[in-house]
Design a protein around this ligand. Structure first.
Ligand SMILES: [Zn+2]
Ligand SMILES: [Zn+2]
Length: 282
């Protein structure tokens, strides 16, 4: 654990430990499988090195988007009833951002392992088991290998957005915008925590935030399900930082029959027209 940092949810029970390690083991096996397939089919790479470079750059961008999807989803839609420890750690991260440096490698990898497997596993298995490889298939699987490998370090990269690295090579990569740095990621931790979700290179933040990608997805999901974005995050702020000048003032009532707290905003501070925080959520 980093000196002087006391994460709130470091302890985990046996089932949580087993879930972490199963995720890491299967995820590692999947990534090794993708890598082995690429090596076995190198003859399909073609004779255009620039195409491989282009594919790699696109894959790095998509990996950054994927890190943003995982971060955005946990910040926006889930609560600790759905996944107690994972979501509690995510909420803790907004209340005490520096606590991220106190978690260990198992938690860093496991956080990305399950979402990456769900997003890449089924399609990756189908593609790599096709009987006839082709150059197009090679570049797709190569991309999946790059994305999957980057996601391995996704949460660690997020950590680099909170603490200056002691490694010169990491600082050089940050200066070259190959990894996020503290200044870039700090913007996420201002105000509503609803921008700069991507935490590997940060490249995708410029695109996703500029085009309103996350707000667009939220509007669609809200219309389809009625769910309120960041509702659970607001509840945590109401509970633990009720008078935060950044978050407005909130009052939360007792837990309802569904186990969720009823929250009322008494003094809005920001928010959006689509999801005014003056509403009472349950
Ligand atoms: Zn966040
Ligand atoms: Zn952060």
């Amino acid at each position: 654990m980093a000196r002087g940092v006391q994460p709130l949810f470091l302890e985990c029970d046996r089932s949580q430990v087993i879930t972490c390690w199963i995720g890491i083991a299967v995820y590692t096996a999947m990534n090794i499988w993708f890598g082995a397939w690429v090596v076995m089919n190198l003859d399909q790479a073609g004779s255009w090195p620039w195409l491989l470079v282009l594919t790699t750059l696109v894959a790095l961008f998509v990996a950054d988007v994927m890190s943003g999807v995982v971060h955005w989803a946990t910040d926006t839609w889930f609560d600790e009833i759905m996944s107690e420890r994972v979501i509690s750690i995510a909420r803790e991260h907004h209340l005490h951002p520096h606590h991220i440096v106190g978690y260990g490698v198992r938690d860093y990898i496991a956080y990305s392992a399950w979402p990456t497997m769900i997003m890449l596993g089924p399609i990756g298995m189908i593609l790599t088991l096709l009987p006839t490889p082709s150059p197009v298939l090679f570049h797709v699987v190569w991309s999946m290998f790059i994305i999957s490998t980057c996601m391995y370090f996704g949460t660690y990269a997020h950590r680099l957005g909170h603490k200056r690295s002691e490694w010169a090579i990491v600082r050089l990569m940050q200066r070259c915008h190959l990894l996020i740095d503290v200044r870039h990621h700090n913007v996420h931790h201002r105000d509503n925590h609803d921008v700069r979700y991507c935490v590997i290179t940060g490249w995708a933040n410029y695109v996703c935030d500029r085009i309103g990608f996350w707000r667009g997805l939220e509007r669609i999901i809200h219309r389809l399900t009625g769910a309120v974005p960041r509702e659970n995050d607001y509840v945590w702020f109401a509970r633990y930082q009720p008078h935060s000048p950044r978050r407005g003032k909130y009052v939360i009532g007792p837990l309802g029959p569904d186990g969720k707290a009823v929250m009322t905003v008494v003094e809005a501070n920001g928010g959006s027209a689509d999801h005014p925080r003056g509403a009472v959520h349950s």
